[in-house]
Design a protein around this ligand. Structure first.
Ligand code: ASP
Length: 604
């Protein structure tokens, strides 16, 4: 037996026991010739005391111990002497009086300190990720992630969901991003794609009669990266037959609530989650992922100015635009230059301008434009926004959607809490009634979700005549201003699917080559089905109260998609390229040569 106890579990009640612990050296301190070694494992830290007379051999070994050496220590657990108890440490009432120490492994001096309070460059942290992961915070996060994953899995299994793995070398899937591709050695010139999601396979599992499928699925999307995006990420992916919106929403809520409970942070989400129509989210929050924590909603106050003589507003309204406003409670103490900065920010975001108003103590409005507004208009603003003395009111007159977009962005920048749950709670909701299509790059309709999303049946007769007005049967899960996942009821009839493909401008050939295998399977009895995928890294990021998903992934990539640990992506040698029938363009060869020179080593 290597050890009898973990470092973090010893308590006063263990006093008198013989213990063997293993772990890394946190610190070694010399107090008047006696060595105090803090030994750490993932459960915590224990103080080990090596006395030169009590155990001279062990003391000689302890003298050699340095930070991050791996030790095996045995000795008696004993209460710490009066006055030396450390109330900040769970093991702080005891120490181990050393009888023997073995050095299991030595460590070179670390490239950075593991101390949580020291800020270390992220590139360096990722380069030495195994060391970085030794930090208690990351250990805690990895375990939190495992716990919430197990809880969600159990919640779905309790509903009869079956975990099925789907392939990762596939034909490309239509989730709207760029694919990562893999060349084939056996069929040179032909390529696999890594799945952007298991979408087609999970629908095939419905044809297969699996009935309720789920999977913690790795997905790959070649997109520009952000704090909450990685080129490879994990989804809790699910699909169910003979199911509709209500069923899916209930199951996802159950899985997410189980994850919240397992995280043990005491943050509750109240079920059922509120629902908001997409149009309302866009109008009232300027976003399809509203952060409900960031104060009041945006209000359309165009009516207040129906007969206004204030030119800027009148001309916007005449041109079919809107006047929209947002109130920042107690935001009126900003200085003139801070207010000017807000106007600049609004312009950066695409607004023609921004009008600010401060509600004074006596209820009057202070603003550069107030002299152009009638009493009734001023009252109208205050009433519509329920403005109180001390508040700041921001008005944007523009195309309605742009006005909401700009105010919505300012709302988040000025009022959204920074963290995720600790002080602000988690505000989760469903956004429903998304449009089926959005305007694509070529001006024609493109799928807002993916091409298998069922149109809202009430809107079916407008599918061809006014596609952009057609709502879909899709839904997003949103929390704290982040899209946590999306899903939909799927099309399962050939005629609706063909109509959607036709509107998307797909030729028979496109359809056949990209989705033929799905549509073929659909010819043999496809049950109505619906599904969802939760962005698991993002959910864990919220539960861990981290600002970046890189903090909740054991081995993440940087913002440029690189892995500083392994050096991926990396060049291949000519032999490997030849085997898969790939030749580099001259530009690529030049790039690689330059890279090689910069790094001072040959590639391949
Ligand atoms: N496959 C979709 C996605 O990854 C989710 C779904 O529709 O179930 O966004």
């Amino acid at each position: 037996m290597m050890r009898t106890h973990t470092c973090g579990e010893l308590r006063a009640s263990d006093a008198g026991a013989q213990a063997v612990v293993c772990g890394w050296v946190e610190t070694v301190r010399d107090h008047g010739g006696v060595l105090f070694v803090d030994v750490r494992d993932h459960t915590g830290m224990v103080q080990v005391v090596a006395h030169p007379e009590e155990a001279p051999d062990a003391f000689a070994v302890a003298e050699k111990a340095r930070a991050e050496y791996v030790l095996r220590v045995h000795g008696e657990v004993r209460p710490r002497p009066d006055g030396t108890v450390n109330p900040d440490l769970p093991t702080g009432e005891v120490e181990i009086g050393v009888a023997g120490i073995e050095i299991l492994a030595r460590s070179e001096p670390l490239p950075f300190q593991l101390d949580e309070s020291v800020v270390t460059d992220e590139g360096l942290r990722l380069r030495y990720r195994p060391l970085d992961l030794r930090r208690p915070r990351l250990q805690h996060t990895l375990r939190l992630r495992a716990r919430v994953t197990a809880a969600a899995r159990a919640a779905l299994e309790a509903e009869g969901f079956v975990e099925v793995e789907t392939p990762t070398l596939i034909r490309s899937t239509p989730e709207g991003a760029r694919d990562f591709v893999v060349p084939s050695r056996l069929s040179p010139g032909e390529w696999y794609a890594l799945p952007q999601s298991p979408q087609l396979y999970k629908q095939l599992l419905m044809v297969a009669g699996v009935d309720r499928y789920f999977q913690f699925a790795r997905c790959w999307r070649d997109e520009d990266l952000r704090a909450d995006r990685q080129p490879e990420f994990t989804q809790l992916d699910l699909e169910a037959s003979f199911a509709e919106e209500e069923d899916v929403l209930t199951w996802v809520e159950a899985a997410v609530a189980a994850a919240f409970a397992a995280a043990g942070r005491g943050w509750e989400i109240e079920l059922p989650l509120p629902r908001m129509a997409w149009q309302e989210a866009i109008d009232a929050y300027g976003s399809d992922k509203p952060d409900l924590r960031a104060g009041p909603a945006i209000v359309d106050i165009s009516r207040v100015f129906a007969a206004t003589e204030f030119n800027a507003f009148a001309s916007t309204l005449e041109a079919g635009g809107a006047v929209r406003a947002w109130r920042l409670p107690r935001g009126g103490d900003r200085t003139r230059s801070q207010l000017d900065a807000l106007v600049e920010r609004a312009q950066e975001l695409g607004a023609k301008g921004l009008v600010w108003m401060v509600v004074e103590e006596d209820g009057s409005l202070r603003s550069p434009v107030v002299k152009f507004l009638t009493e009734a208009e001023q009252d109208g603003i205050k009433t519509a926004l329920e403005a109180e003395p001390g508040d700041l009111v921001l008005l944007a007159a523009d195309l309605a959607r742009l006005a909401s977009h700009v105010l919505g962005q300012l709302r988040v920048e000025l009022a959204a809490p920074r963290g995720h749950g600790a002080d602000s709670g988690v505000a989760a909701l469903w956004v429903v009634d998304f449009p089926l299509f959005e305007e694509g790059g070529d001006g024609g309709p493109a799928p807002a979700h993916h091409p298998f999303t069922h149109p809202n049946v009430e809107d079916l007769d407008r599918l061809e005549s006014d596609p952009l007005s057609v709502r879909s049967r899709s839904y997003d899960l949103v929390a704290n201003g982040l899209e946590l996942g999306s899903g939909s009821v799927r099309i399962h009839t050939a005629d609706v699917q063909e109509r959607v493909f036709r509107i998307l401008g797909l030729s028979e050939e496109d359809i056949h080559s990209r989705f033929g295998f799905l549509l073929d399977a659909f010819r043999y009895g496809v049950p109505p089905h619906a599904g969802f995928a939760v962005g698991w890294d993002r959910l864990v990021m919220i539960l861990a109260d981290e600002a970046s998903i890189r903090e909740v992934i054991a081995f993440p990539k940087t913002q440029t998609g690189a892995d500083p640990l392994s050096g991926a992506p990396a060049a291949l040698d000519a032999g490997q390229l030849g085997e898969v029938g790939v030749m580099l363009t001259p530009e690529t060869t030049v790039r690689l040569t330059e890279l090689e020179e910069r790094r001072g080593r040959p590639h391949g």
